[in-house]
Design a protein around this ligand. Sequence first.
Ligand code: MCA
Length: 511
Amino acid sequence: MSHNLYALLSSRFDQHRDRPFLISPTDGGPTLTYTDVDHRSAAIATALRQAGAQPGDRLVAQVDKSHDAVALYLACLRSGLVYVPLNTAYTAEEVGFFIGDAEATVFVFGTDREAKLRPVADLAGIPILYSLGADGDGSLAKAADDVVTHDAVEHDIIEREPDDLACMLYTSGTTGRSKGAMLTHANLASNGLALHRIWGWREGDVLLHTLPIFHVHGLFVALHCAVLNASPVIFCSRFDAAEVRANLARATVLMGVPTHYSRLLGDAEFGPSDCESIRLFTSGSAPLTPEVFKAFTTRTGHTICERYGMTETGILTSNPPEGKRIAGTVGYALPGVALRVVDETDTERGPDEIGSVQVKGPNVFPGYWRLPDKTAEEMTADGYFRTGDIGSLSTDGRLSLVGRSSDMIISGGYNVYPKEIELLLDAVDGVTETAVVGVPHPDFGEGVVAFVVADDGAVIAGEQLDASLTDRVARFKQPKHYVFMDELPRNAMGKVQKSILRADNAELFTD
Ligand code: MCA
């Protein structure tokens, strides 16, 4: 079999082609079978090929979650294009960086974003542009329809080597510059097969899918498990607690971020009767607090299975679905994944000793796009990737995470890098300096807060700072609160002590 990931995926649904694949969460909504989506992906792949896209070219997409968005991803896989999905919250300025950095050949933008994004793409000189809507509209949808009308669909799956790139996902950097994490066909195949196995996917499983499909969690972890199992997917456009409750009885697996679970708990009516058909609730992308873990079990009788992943590595560990799931831990290394906790000399720590988490395995990416030096910094001489997370391993290999070496914020499952925001705020007239941190937030887990020191005599309002960020960075990255100070706390070395800012403002959103 070809090492093209699509060859693996299609081999798993080939015997069930007429089975429902993408199911509407509302009665009467459209259902697409595996045959429908396979054919749609072939039509889109043919249209892209006819437009001049070649294997290895990068296709950047900022499109809403839709059936055609799934077909576009699968079209890229089967035609050997490198799929580069972008968060739909990113501004035109952010998108301009990504399409340039990725040296994209193709850029697909949402039909509702054309006015803002076509000029950005023209400026970047992207040769092939398409629009794609959430309802089968847009120029790419039409091009695919035309291929079908002219009976010109090519169903082939391009040969790929295991280490050929399949996708590239941007993950912001501590320096404020986003980095393209390159993921190969083999990375994605190994992680998908490992998850399918350890989470016990079986005949009859149905996935309730509420996650965005521009990140690892919704695009790879959720969709690949379902497709490898030829399972139906109840395909929600976004997370909505009421819609989730209305569909749980039709599903057996729900994957979410902690915010999803805390929002379900926020509905007093939510309870065990909603969850009778579910065999597996997983949580990831952000730490699941023991409070939410415990409250969920008390309310529903189910124990959430927390797992740990990164864009650069996919899923590294999971609590055992059949074994003991312990709050505050992220379980054991997936089959084939090697984990270690080390000190500052990369020497392994003993059991339960805290150190830096490192990982090695077929799931670990080959590096950051066009950043060999940065890649080398993050890899050890013996091939382990430095996750940047701090944790400890128990004697039987269970991993507990206790923090991060960078001051990255995880808000509602999205990574936010303070430096990116600080650089923009520091450029505002009248601002001397700023420090951005995450503090506990009842809904998003961590809320972004900016601490601002103004020039002597300068009067600055939060609205002014908000305005400096509008159209520069996605809304979810923007501070939810500003604290004005005479000076920032510093240690003897002059380094801003963000831990003090976090500690002194821990109740900012929870009081
Ligand atoms: C939306 N808002 C947010 C966030 N999302 N603010 C902070 N953090 C967020 N994550 C703000 C919007 O800017 C808006 O603010 C207001 O909330 C409502 O926006 P809306 O889009 O309606 O929000 P929502 O529908 O309530 O979405 C919140 C959400 C969503 C359900 C938590 O963010 C979500 O589904 N997150 C999942 C992220 C994910 O898939 N992460 C996986 C990364 P305003 O009104 O002021 O404009 S992959 C990963 O991390 C690794 C590999 C792994 O292990 O999975």
